[in-house]
Ligand binder design. Sequence first.
Ligand code: PGA
Length: 253
Amino acid sequence: MRKKIVAGNWKMNNTISEGEKLTAEIVNMVKDEVKSDVTVILCPPYIHLSTVVKHTTDIANIHVAAQNCSQYDSGAYTGEVSAKMLASIGVSHVLIGHSERREYFNETNEELAEKINQALANDLTPVFCCGEPLDIREEDEQFDYVTEQISDSLFHLSKENFEKVVIAYEPIWAIGTGKTATAEQAQEMHAKIRAHVASKYGKEVANATSILYGGSAKPSNAPELFAKADVDGGLIGGASLKSRDFVDIIKSF
Ligand code: PGA
């Protein structure tokens, strides 16, 4: 059985005190209200990671992710943070290839393959983000586009390493726009992704791979999205900044 996962991507939001308040609210609500086996992942900016780890270590189903890591091991890379450093403070997951990093920081599929290697070499679970821009969807080329992102950044992995990866499908036209993909559009893409994984690693691996949906997910649409056969949870941006909304999304399975 593959894992159900809801991850909250804070992006570049919250001061340290705002982050502590949000974490405390989420922790309390998760303890009181979440009875299911959902894995919750908080993805705050780097400066929050130690604090969020400290506040969540006792809660088995809450994990902490960085939003990025360096493709390099260590050395003269001013401003960068390595996967090894993240692991050393108790971070367990890392987002790799979010569309904002691809778009604004020019991250390429090849560079992302390096980041994936760094994450895995340091026992971090990569949450690999993929998704097409609007013009690609309008030309109906989204399936080739997304499967290529996956092949280029992940298909060099051994089966054993691929099994550790979580995939997040986030159509760029749905991120922060209020325009969610329909549950049918999400399911269609998730099924294509799973078939693509099966073509390389076999059905068993594909069936065990968690594939999350991201893009304007909120409490009102999460139940319909999560009910789809190949949607194993969500990567939540805007709605993860409000504890009530985020926890309601976690409870949407
Ligand atoms: P959104 O962002 O939920 O605000 O659309 C999702 C994401 O970028 O991870």
